[in-house]
Design a protein around this ligand. Structure first.
Ligand SMILES: Nc1ncnc2c1ncn2[C@@H]1O[C@H](COP(=O)(O)OP(=O)(O)OP(=O)(O)O)[C@@H](O)[C@H]1O
Ligand SMILES: [Mg+2]
Length: 358
């Protein structure tokens, strides 16, 4: 877990002395275990209430007052009558390809400052094909892909097999497993059909990059962005048969299947390349405050950008972003206030700012 301090120091812990302002509103969507679905990972992207409580605990320990706001259909009304100084947004949103944009857009409507990326960055990143088209114009290497809206589109796809098929606009590995890696046009057709039936929306067929997997965390903005050293997701021998996919099931049982290592065992050049690519994508999308970018390496050591998560999971002891921070010497209790502090600094409302104190 040891890591030498990175070039950009973490901001000092904010302890606001003023009681003029409203509390921090933690805005979230939680899993609805009562709603049963035939698709096991249907609510994979939503948070457990324990994560919301962990964020609240970290903010309150740092001196903030907080209130909890669920991002359901009552949120507009709640925001209209509740005074909060800033929203700590972890809400994944409810419906549609732009669902992660729901809360930032609403906050903008009510002129409420919020942590994290805005509706445009969240909307683009959630549409994987759109994001890949955009970032390839910045020279970031990403696997060849085709966006397929019907199974018959598989006929025209000019991709080199094996190909991985995943929902174009999902996260948390929803709909992604080793069974999504296909080796023929017929299998591609079938995988697209199954994916559309289960998840709706278009499917992204992407050339499968067979080698090692890494993820890179970013915290802050502009030249003050701290980039955590890449973490390797090391698949143990027992993980899967032919293809190594960091699937929802593997994530659920990560203690059985995965070893995490940061800093990853890579050359300084590869490390720099990955950090630069992550930051290029972060800037290209106009991301704010924090994000996590995923990469794979091919057998020739070339790095491929897979996707960026500007709303990465914050479940302590489970999500990759807090793990990356922990490896870099930033415990959860500091990471959560540091995200808020990054937003306050970006907004010019830090010290003091509009955040209530105890
Ligand atoms: N082109 C690819 N080549 C090899 N493996 C891939 C590729 N695309 C996805 N994967 C595997 O599938 C996993 C999930 O894919 P991806 O990160 O695109 O989905 P996600 O649902 O957005 O995940 P997250 O939980 O990070 O939000 C990756 O971590 C990787 O293991
Ligand atoms: Mg991913």
């Amino acid at each position: 877990m040891e890591e030498k301090p990175d070039d950009v120091p973490l901001p000092p812990k904010l302890r606001c002395e003023s009681a003029r302002c409203g509390p921090v509103g933690i805005i979230y969507n939680i899993k609805k275990s009562a709603v049963k679905s035939e698709v096991p990972d249907m609510d994979a992207e939503y948070d457990n209430i324990e994560t919301v409580h962990a964020i609240r605990g970290a903010l309150e320990a740092a001196g903030y007052d907080t209130i909890l706001l669920e991002a359901d259909a009552t949120l507009p009304e709640t925001l209209a009558r509740t005074r909060i100084s800033i929203a700590f947004n972890i809400a994944e949103g409810l419906r549609g390809r732009g669902r992660e944009a729901e809360v930032p857009a609403l906050c903008n409507l009510y002129d409420i400052p919020f942590t994290g990326s805005d509706e445009v960055a969240l909307g683009i990143s959630l549409d994987k094909a759109m994001c890949k088209r955009l970032i390839s114009t910045y020279g970031v290497r990403t696997p060849h892909f085709a966006l397929l809206t019907t199974a018959s589109d598989a006929e025209g796809a000019t991709l080199r097999f094996p190909v991985i098929v995943k929902p174009n606009a999902e996260g948390s590995s929803k709909g992604v497993s080793e069974h999504c890696v296909v080796n023929s046009r017929e299998e591609l057709r079938e995988a697209v059909e199954n994916g559309i039936n289960a998840y709706g929306g278009a499917m992204l067929a992407e050339e499968y990059i067979s080698g090692r997997e890494f993820t890179v965390g970013m915290l802050g903005n502009g030249s003050d962005t701290r980039i955590f050293p890449p973490m390797e997701i090391i698949f143990r021998k027992n993980t899967q048969k032919d293809y190594r996919v960091y699937s929802y099931q593997v994530k659920q049982d990560y203690k059985q299947y995965i070893d995490y290592k940061s800093p990853a065992d890579i050359t300084p050049e590869t490390c720099e390349e990955m950090k630069n690519a992550a930051k290029t994508v972060f800037d290209a999308l106009g991301c704010q405050d924090f994000a996590r970018a995923d990469f794979r390496m091919n057998d020739d050591g070339e790095i491929y950008f897979i996707e960026i998560n500007p709303l990465p999971g914050l479940a302590p002891g489970y999500s990759d972003f807090p793990m990356l921070a922990q490896f870099a010497g930033v415990p959860y209790s500091e990471l959560v206030p540091a995200i808020l502090y990054a937003a306050e600094t970006r907004l010019g409302i830090a010290n003091h700012c509009g955040v209530s104190a105890k």
